[in-house]
Design a protein around this ligand. Sequence first.
Ligand code: CAA
Length: 246
Amino acid sequence: MSKRVAVVTGGIGGLGTEICKTLARAGRTVVATDLAAREDRIAEFRRDVEGLDIHFEPGNVGDYEACGALVRKLEAERGSVDILVNAAGITRDTTLRKMERTDWDAVLNINLDGVFNMCRHVVDGMTSRGFGRVVNISSVNGQTGQFGQTNYSAAKAGMHGFTMALAREVARKGVTVNSVSPGYCETAMVMAVPEEVRTKIVDGVPVGRLGKPSEIARTVEFLTHDDAGFITGANIPVNGGLFMSF
Ligand code: CAA
């Protein structure tokens, strides 16, 4: 069997890079996609993943037509997209009373529309081939809500609703759809939270520290395995115990 092809959106980001590396080490051909404008980061990413079967394709998940073109290109060049990890995400944190319409639109467009835009274009190929793994990177803050994140919490909660609905639609075709909900991890996104606010949050994490991107990546790799076909519509929290539920 040829190597499974995985696409990771937000692939050069804090979690995305580690997800790409973990999937490649597990024997997948990986295509990271991210905004072409992040030139410095792209160069750093290429150095970071040297020697691994990881490639880069520019793309904007917020643009429906561009996602279609990207998926068609990858399927033509590589034969299939077997695994899709939707890890592209942004924040525009501010309380609702100060939130501009643009802060709302930007977060919903990348974090939630982006999941639709990519899934809409990969799902037919996956179902027709009888195999697919979709993992949506949601957030603990979609489960609990977070002060200053009405936009982000809404998008992240919406991602899991989408996950469950799509999981039902494709379950009989060998395609699983799951969410992973990270807690606060060692990423630039979390480090941008003011230090005093961040310290308070970490104090409330039972494990007593930030998560490592590799701890999220390990969970994603598990869900994308060929043998993980009976897990679908699930949300796997990886949050150091910050939010416990069943
Ligand atoms: N709960 C209750 N009250 C709070 C609060 C909280 N968590 N945080 C601040 N407040 C209070 C303040 O004490 C202050 O009260 P007073 O007006 O009585 O003094 C008031 O709310 C401040 O309100 P403002 O609208 O002026 O807010 P601000 O401009 O000071 O800051 C903020 C708002 C930028 C959102 C800041 O609180 C913040 O950065 N919070 C962290 C948000 C966060 O956790 N983001 C996660 C980013 S990482 C990520 O998202 C990854 C992931 O998935 C986990």
